[in-house]
Structure formats: structure tokens, C-alpha cells
Design a protein around this ligand. Structure first.
Ligand SMILES: *Cc1c(COP(=O)(O)O)cnc(C)c1O
Length: 415
């Protein structure tokens, strides 16, 4: 199997040795028929607006943003200087998204909002023109308690789904892989979420979540590998970032290209964001995915053209990494196929570099994020621009604000 894969795709050779690689997409920019359109993003954005009064009411920390769950885009001049990057460097701080402190607060929360809206409407309890803050009232919580939500997760998705589902009153089970951090399990249990742990990997946790939902017609399974709702929830970031770029006076064109670096696990979050950015901003914004050398499922799937029909274990890799959320052996088929023409490339990075970037970021910008969120910095090394070109680099910080202080200190001092 390994030899046949390497013959078909030479890049799999160094990948099988845990070496860092860069894969440039030969189909980037070709015409393609996509399963989603701008209309789908608009629809998701409208739904988030309808829910804003509810979110504002139950999560007061979203009050300043009027109940929208959004993160700042901030320029990082000191980090840029320290890294010696040409052009401008910005950080998209999803690490500090309200409610669950990671990029999963986009797709994960969106999917549960849509589920709550669907069941409430099916029972004649809600109309689109109403004030959705009424969903926080007792009769709704009682109604929602008849429904169940289930999800398999390495950590951050479970955190988002668990927190928002428990807030509605749904019965929620998070199937977690053994490598998930203890504090995430503790926090979920505190909120009344049932957490089931599996000694084996993430794939097993997802399979159990799916099985649980199949047995119960009132149970909604959040399918990290195939969910269109998750994907479109992430895609709304395209419209939100466009607005932030406009506010900074930044427009993407031939001589001012924008490069966006996104840490990738199963591919849904970076895939959805990329779909949103390409749809809303166009040909001069270029997205690149970052993966750990131990778990490069998307790089392998894209480079071989096999998408979710191949996994990193097929080339002898162990899928073990300290980057939470990125320890995934098999990519999402949905994300892979949508990325076929939209993604500029993928690269892999060694775990120890994530800690160096984490430290540098803390020292230069006083910003603390989790190791996986630092995978994007390495991408700036892979982009070559001509002399007349003034690039803007955006590193997507995918998580970190909820990491307990002691753990963050351990990350910082990690040898
Ligand atoms: C989930 C996650 C990602 C990647 O998202 P996928 O949809 O799994 O590709 C990246 N960084 C962090 C911190 C995450 O939690």
C-alpha cells in the first residue's frame, strides 16, 4: 500500500518519514461546479442575525458585538519584524472567539442554532420574524429537553457543541478521544454535558456518536466529517473578514495579494472559511492549510487525489500530535472535494516549531494561543512574492483563550 501510494504520489515518500513538505495545488483556480453558493453563505449569515438577540441574552459577553460571535483582526508588527516577513502580518483571533475560545464557535454553534430553529418551527413555536430571545424561556428549555445532540470530538468541537446545546436545554453527549484535555471534559461535565471517553482515537469517538444518533430519531448527530451546516457556519467568516479588511482599507488585487494560513484537522473549519473567503473576496485571496507532520490527512488526500479514501496510517504515520484539533488521520470528503480548485496549497510542520511560534507570539504580541493555532506562521515561509508585490499575510489563530493558565504556562515553557 505504501509503495503504491508513493509511486502514484512522490510527495507521500517524505511524508511517510514525518518530513515537512509543501504541496502546491495544480488545479488551483480551475473552473469547478461547487455544491454551495454565495446564497448559502447569505442564508447562514441571516440565521446568525436572527439568533443574535438570543445569543446576546444567554452569553452576555457577546453584548458589545450585538450577539454576533466574531473575533478581532489585528495587525502584528512586532511578530512580523521578529520573523522577518515581507509585507504586512495580521492575526485573525478566533482563539478569542466568545463562548468557546476556538474556531469551532463558528460552525459548531451555527449547526446547533439551526437544529433548534428547525425543531421549534416544526412544532409551530417559532416564526422567522419573531424575537428569538424568547428561546431562552422556560417552556422552550422544556421542549428542547426532549431532544438529544451527539458529537464525536478531539476536544474543541465537543466544547462548542456541548456549551451551546446545554444552554438550549438539549440532552447532549460528547464522545471524546482519550487524548482530549482533562479541563475540556471537566468543563463540559460542569455544564451538565455527558462526556464518554474512548481509549482509541478520534475516528472511534465519531463512529460511536453516529451510532448513538441512529438509534434515536430525536437525536441530532453533528457529523464533523460531512456536515453541510458546520461548513456553512464557518463560511460566514468570509463575509465577516471582508468587512474587517474594508475597515482597515485593505483590498486584494494583483499586486496586493492576501495569503491566509489555516490550521487543518478534518478540514471542515479551514475548508468552510476558505470557501467563504474565495466566494466573497475572489481570486486575489489565497488560502493555504497547515498540518502537523504526524497527521497530514488533508495534504495526503489532496496530493493523492484520494481525499477521504486514504488515511495517514496508510503511509505508516501515527496521527499523534500535540496540536489539539489537528490529530486527525482521515480528512473530510466534503471539505476535500470543495477545496479541489479553491485551495492554493498545503504544508506540514513539526510540532516543536509550534511551541517556538507560541513563545515568540507571547513575547512580541502578548497574545497567548494554543500550539495548533500557531501552525499557520510557518506558511509565510512558503510564499514567494515578486519585488513589486506587497502581500498581506493573515495567520488564522484557531484556539486558545479557554486554555487554563497553568497549561498555557506549560506550553510557553515547553522545551
Ligand atoms: C478544530 C480545530 C482546527 C481545525 O478544524 P477542522 O475542521 O478539524 O479542520 C484547527 N485548530 C483548532 C484549535 C481546532 O480546534
Amino acid at each position: 500500500m505504501i509503495d503504491a501510494l508513493i509511486e502514484k504520489c512522490p510527495l507521500a515518500g517524505p511524508m511517510s518519514q514525518y518530513e515537512e513538505v509543501y504541496w502546491g495545488n495544480p488545479n488551483y483556480g480551475s473552473d469547478a461546479k461547487l455544491p454551495f453558493s454565495l446564497q448559502d453563505i447569505d442564508d447562514a449569515e441571516e440565521r446568525l442575525k436572527r439568533f443574535a438577540p438570543y445569543i446576546k441574552k444567554v452569553f452576555p459577553q457577546t453584548d458589545p458585538a450585538g450577539g454576533l460571535i466574531e473575533s478581532p483582526l489585528r495587525e502584528a508588527v512586532s511578530m512580523r519584524e521578529a520573523m522577518g516577513i515581507e509585507g504586512r502580518l495580521f492575526l485573525k483571533c478566533d482563539s478569542h472567539l466568545p463562548i468557546s475560545g476556538s474556531i469551532k464557535a463558528r460552525g459548531g454553534i451555527y449547526e446547533i442554532l439551526k437544529f433548534a430553529e428547525t425543531v421549534a418551527m416544526e412544532h409551530g413555536m417559532l416564526r422567522v420574524e419573531e424575537d428569538y430571545s424568547k428561546l431562552a424561556e422556560a417552556p422552550f428549555r422544556e421542549f428542547f429537553s426532549k431532544y438529544r445532540v451527539s458529537v464525536g470530538s478531539t476536544g474543541n468541537l465537543g466544547l462548542s457543541i456541548g456549551i451551546i446545546s446545554a444552554m438550549f436545554g438539549f440532552q447532549v453527549t460528547v464522545h471524546m478521544s482519550a487524548d482530549a484535555r482533562q479541563w475540556k471534559k471537566d468543563l463540559l461535565r460542569e455544564k451538565g454535558v455527558t462526556v464518554i471517553e474512548y481509549p482509541s482515537d478520534y475516528q472511534k469517538a465519531v463512529a460511536e456518536g453516529r451510532k448513538e444518533a441512529e438509534r434515536d430519531p430525536n437525536c441530532h448527530f453533528v457529523d464533523d466529517e460531512n456536515s453541510k451546516d458546520l461548513f456553512l457556519g464557518y463560511a460566514v467568516a468570509g463575509k465577516r473578514l471582508k468587512k474587517q479588511l474594508d475597515e482597515c482599507g485593505i483590498t486584494a488585487d494583483e499586486t496586493h495579494p492576501i495569503f491566509v494560513y489555516l490550521p487543518c484537522g478534518v478540514g471542515g473549519a479551514p475548508g468552510g472559511v476558505t470557501f467563504g473567503l474565495k466566494t466573497v473576496i475572489g481570486p486575489h485571496i489565497h488560502c493555504i492549510f497547515a498540518e502537523p507532520t504526524h497527521a497530514p490527512c488533508m495534504t495526503l488526500g489532496m496530493a493523492t487525489g484520494l481525499y477521504n479514501q486514504v488515511c495517514v496510517q496508510d503511509i505508516g504515520l501515527d496521527a499523534k500530535t500535540e496540536a489539539d484539533g489537528l490529530a486527525v488521520g482521515r480528512a473530510s470528503g466534503l471539505a476535500g472535494t470543495v477545496m479541489e480548485t479553491l485551495l492554493q496549497g498545503c504544508y506540514t510542520v513539526e510540532d516543536h516549531k509550534l511551541y517556538s511560534y507560541l513563545r515568540l507570539l507571547a513575547d512580541t504580541e502578548h497574545l497567548y494561543v494554543e500550539p495548533s493555532a500557531c501552525a499557520g506562521f510557518e506558511g509565510t515561509r512558503h510564499v514567494v512574492c515578486s519585488d513589486e508585490c506587497q502581500p498581506v499575510h493573515i495567520v488564522w489563530m484557531t484556539g486558545g483563550a479557554m486554555v487554563p493558565k497553568e497549561e498555557m504556562e506549560a506550553f510557553y515553557h515547553h522545551a
